[in-house]
Design a protein around this ligand. Structure first.
Ligand code: ASP
Length: 353
């Protein structure tokens, strides 16, 4: 072999290995940890009492080494709280960081670890304010990391697999738990303690996942991410919107108290199709007349709340929540109230998002 031939051969081999390396390059996924039971710990592996948000992001990554085969990962700790303590400060910080990361060419997907209590609210909030079609996937656990048969590690593994999967992009913000891929706009927590707590009752699943193998069934329902008209640019605070639950013998005291406390909007978790007693409805209509935006949703787990069914929304200047449950209706209304809008425009938002 002469020198030139040997040089060519070496060059060819190194070029080939570069190509192979490029083809084999793992997608890059950033993990943003916020706490929750997935990062929770108990004194023993068989006790119900535990504390959320005890384990840091590096420990979380180290606990699931299998996920390193799916993606090149790095983690950031955004917060470490039980999601019952989720608040606007963390939301604004999280949304900002997700938008920054999603805009980076070397980031393919984002996983957010979160508590199950309010994951549907955070997921839906991000669904409305993230400006990217890259996969943004929330995951959680019902059992703390120290529990016998903890569900967190497999949920985390599956969330990384979805975030690393190009087909997951453009479906809105996703939530991956217990082998199911939910749209952030459709899922709700349905059991206080069962591992199978999340359902997407009206719209069904986006897909399923088994040990990292994804099957996608549908795209997103409702405008989201890049198609969303909401933006947090320049936003440092969100308007107050309170949820008031309807019940037998309800009066208007809590409705009026919410407005006195500064609420710019009220969501009623109504009985049935967004109904409430006559005294409550009178109080609501009086607040609506003064310019407080009042949305009728339902405390029932599934079903739409339509306009002008048993309540004359047109006459009383109320908004119907369509298929958003009270906690999601509150998220949409808070974003809607960032600017001056007509009631017709707010009703349009409830139809489109
Ligand atoms: N309270 C916990 C939380 O939301 C429950 C959980 O994560 O399952 O952080």
């Amino acid at each position: 072999m002469n020198r030139t031939f040997r040089l060519c051969l070496t060059l060819a081999v190194s070029l080939a290995s570069t190509v192979v390396f490029a083809a084999d390059k793992l997608p890059s996924v950033v993990v943003l940890a916020t706490g929750g039971t997935i990062a929770g710990a108990a004194a023993s592996d068989v006790q119900a009492a535990y504390t959320s948000g005890q384990v840091g992001v590096e420990q979380l990554l180290a606990a699931v080494p299998q996920a390193k085969k799916l993606a090149a990962m790095r983690g950031e700790q955004v917060a470490n709280i039980g999601s019952q303590d989720m608040n606007d400060e963390v939301w604004l910080k999280l949304a900002k960081r997700v938008n920054e990361l999603a805009a980076m060419p070397d980031v393919d997907g984002i996983v957010i670890t979160h508590g199950t209590d309010t994951i549907e609210e955070t997921g839906y909030f991000l669904n409305l304010v993230v400006k990217s079609k890259k996969p943004v996937v929330l995951t959680a656990a019902m059992r703390p990391s120290t529990a016998l048969s903890a569900d967190g590690p497999l949920n985390f593994f599956n969330a990384v697999a979805v975030a690393a999967n190009k087909d997951a992009g453009g479906r809105g913000v996703l939530v991956v738990v217990n082998d199911w891929i939910h749209g952030a706009s459709s899922l709700t927590k349905a059991s206080t303690t069962a591992v199978q707590t999340f359902l997407s009752p009206l719209r069904g699943l986006i897909g399923t996942i088994a040990y990292g193998e994804c099957e996608f069934y549908r795209g997103p329902v409702g405008k989201n991410t890049l198609d969303s008209e909401f933006s947090l640019d320049g936003v440092t605070a969100l308007p107050r919107v309170d949820i008031v639950m309807a019940h037998e013998n309800m009066d208007g005291v809590i409705i009026d108290a919410a407005v006195a406390a500064g609420a710019k909007g009220i969501v009623i978790a109504g009985v049935g199709n967004g109904n409430m007693t006559k005294p409550a409805l009178d109080a609501l209509a009086a607040q609506a007349k003064k310019g407080i935006v009042c949305v009728r949703s339902s405390r029932v787990v599934t079903g739409r709340v339509g306009r002008n069914v048993e309540v004359d929304d047109d006459k009383l200047a109320l908004v119907a929540s369509d298929d958003l449950n009270p906690q999601k209706a509150r998220v949409l209304l808070r974003l809607a109230l960032l600017k001056q809008r007509s009631l017709a425009d707010i009703q349009r938002l409830f139809r489109e998002y």
